[in-house]
Design a protein around this ligand. Structure first.
Ligand code: FAD
Length: 543
């Protein structure tokens, strides 16, 4: 049996351990919800495993707006409890992973016939800050029309009345998920991707094990466990159905699309959260050389495994953007990438997609299957706390055991120890020891890998390897990455943020993965095909 670790080179040994251990808890689903649960459970002393049928964060957790935010718009829906909880969580997640959660100024333009007036915006933002316990330096301030134009000259001055400036936190959802997974593994959890739960085994009508399948080899095996949490986001009902327990409340999926355009097409100075004429609001968020804009919110009843942006989705976002920034004249052809995610929300009779609550809920079936759905990226830690409380309470009663209290609030995530420095200062400090690389190169890596960046730089020097391959080496050895899909989509976000330049090195990186992992030919070809499909799918609306 092997100690849990995140090396893709040790996959076989990890599977052997999965087969031969009797777990307290098996988590199904490696999105942010499952990752958070695995970490919380491991810290409390539970023997825990997590399986993911694709790559970690492959579902909704790599396709969100990538904000750690309190959800200002929920104030309009009077969901004060949610705003208060996730608002406070922002500061905690920022403290735990300062390399991937970055404070971001957000401008909220106030327009004629918009959804918010000057007074209500000022009051709303003040309440938002107070509910979320925002520190004084990051509290909102209001701007008059001239000041708003000064802050963002591209705004439509014929409809503008003023603005509110406040702080949100920009993140990288997939990287946050993988850092949580890595931390959970450091704390003793065994987490493995490309393992699918295909069935449950019962004794006295209670689940005692799961039948799992190795997605690469097709091998099926049993994982013994006392408790099972179904944290499969949009697939929660599929897994409840398998347990014959899909009764009462059920999911309503809604699709959200983001488009990516080059920064020169929309050269904004900060993130902007603006009104759409139908009463909704969307974000435009600058990041490196691009700006991403979204999202849509439409009821979704098609294939859960392959949501994509349609021409209609893209035109909706472009029309709204051109209305707010009339001189830019954005066109479908300007879009260089996109992504599309599904919100696993709880169905409520008579409510439209954007009116559905983002609150999370726990369902426990007669067989003991614990399912958790709804919620937000931002609130993952509290969701985990609630559901692990349920598991611990039950195990404590049945087995007369005691467990530690939830301690994720103060748990630094992997990569998060920047010695209290800003990312820039941390990069400058590293640069002193690694002056072969530019501070820009180092800073880009820190935004992804935080204080683990030096492992990549050391490897590049020792093996005289170019930085891109050293990054791939790190992802194989420390982040359970098996192919170019994992690397270009979830570990680095390059498919979304750098799509036009990916092709240059693609074959080289693919060969590096294949040679390092000695991937068999069929599996390697399949990975390549899947990448080509994903690469085309993000611009499928142009066809
Ligand atoms: P997922 O990330 O979908 O994870 C579930 C996983 O389960 C998947 O990876 C899947 O492969 C796996 N799985 C399924 N079946 C099986 C099986 N049989 N065996 C093994 N594994 C299985 N929240 C915020 O806080 N901030 C935002 O800015 C934000 N923006 C959003 C924008 C959009 C467009 C959307 C759609 C959501 C947004 N959210 C945001 C919400 C947030 O992204 C989701 O609440 C969160 O990512 C859901 O995570 P999850 O782990 O529950 O589901």
């Amino acid at each position: 049996m092997i100690k849990p670790n995140c090396s893709a080179l040790q996959r076989n040994e990890l599977i052997t351990t999965l087969k031969s251990t009797n777990y307290d808890l098996l988590v199904i689903g490696g999105g942010i919800t499952g990752a958070g649960i695995a970490l919380d459970a491991a810290l409390r002393g539970l023997k825990v495993a997590l399986i993911e049928k694709n790559d970690f964060a492959w579902g909704t957790s790599s396709r969100s707006t990538k904000l750690i935010h309190g959800g200002l718009r929920y104030l309009k829906q009077l969901e004060v409890g949610i705003v208060m909880e996730v608002g406070k969580e922002r500061a905690i997640v920022y403290g735990n992973a300062p390399h991937i959660v970055v404070p971001e100024k957000m401008l909220l333009p106030i327009i004629k016939n918009g959804s918010l007036g000057k007074r209500s915006t000022s009051l709303g933002l003040m309440v938002y800050d107070r509910l979320a316990g925002v520190k004084k330096t990051e509290r909102r301030y209001m701007l008059n029309k001239q000041q708003t134009i000064g802050a963002e000259p591209l705004l439509n001055d014929t409809i503008l009345k003023g603005g509110g400036m406040y702080y949100e936190y920009r993140s990288d959802d997939a990287r946050l998920t993988i850092e949580i997974i890595k931390t959970a593994v450091e704390e003793g959890a065994l987490c493995l991707n490309y393992i699918k739960c295909i069935d449950y085994l019962y004794e006295n009508e209670k689940i005692v094990a799961c039948k799992a399948k190795d997605v690469f080899t097709g091998e099926e095996f049993i994982i013994n466990t006392k408790k099972v949490i179904n944290a499969t986001g949009p697939w929660v009902d599929t897994l409840r159905k398998k347990d014959n327990s899909l009764k009462g409340k059920h999911l309503q999926l809604t699709k959200g699309v983001h488009i990516v355009v080059p920064k020169e097409k929309l050269p904004i100075h900060q993130s902007v959260y603006f009104d759409v004429q139908d009463g909704r609001m969307i974000f435009a968020i600058p990041r490196q050389n691009i700006v991403y804009i979204g999202t849509t919110d439409t009821v979704y009843n098609q294939d859960i495994n392959e949501p994509f942006a349609t021409k209609e989705d893209v035109e909706y976002i472009i029309k709204a953007t051109n209305y707010m920034f009339p001189t830019i004249k954005l066109a479908v052809d300007d879009v260089i990438s996109s992504w599309s995610g599904l919100r696993p929300l709880i169905y409520e009779e008579g409510k439209s997609a954007s009116e559905l609550s983002r609150k999370d809920e726990i369902f426990i079936s007669d067989s003991g299957l614990i399912s958790i759905a709804g919620g937000k990226l931002t609130g993952y830690r509290k969701m985990a706390q609630r559901v692990v409380d349920v598991v611990c309470k039950d195990l404590a009663k049945v087995e007369n055991r005691t467990f530690k209290a939830c301690s994720t609030k103060n748990q630094q995530l992997s990569g998060g120890n920047l010695n209290g420095l800003s990312i820039k200062d941390f990069a400058t400090q590293l640069h002193k020891d690694y002056n072969q690389f530019s501070t820009d190169e180092i800073e880009t890596l820190i935004h992804k890998y935080g204080c683990n960046t030096n492992i990549i730089l050391d490897h590049a020097i020792k093996s005289q390897q170019e930085l891109l391959l050293a990054e791939a080496w790190y992802c194989i050895n420390y982040e359970l990455s098996f192919n170019i899909n994992d690397f270009y989509i979830r570990r680095t976000g390059r498919l979304y943020f750098e799509r036009p330049t990916i092709e240059e090195n693609l074959e080289k990186v693919h060969e590096y993965f294949t040679n390092t992992l000695q991937t068999n030919h069929t599996i390697a070809e399949k990975a390549k095909e899947e990448f080509t499909k994903a690469y085309n799918l993000v611009l499928a609306f142009k066809n």
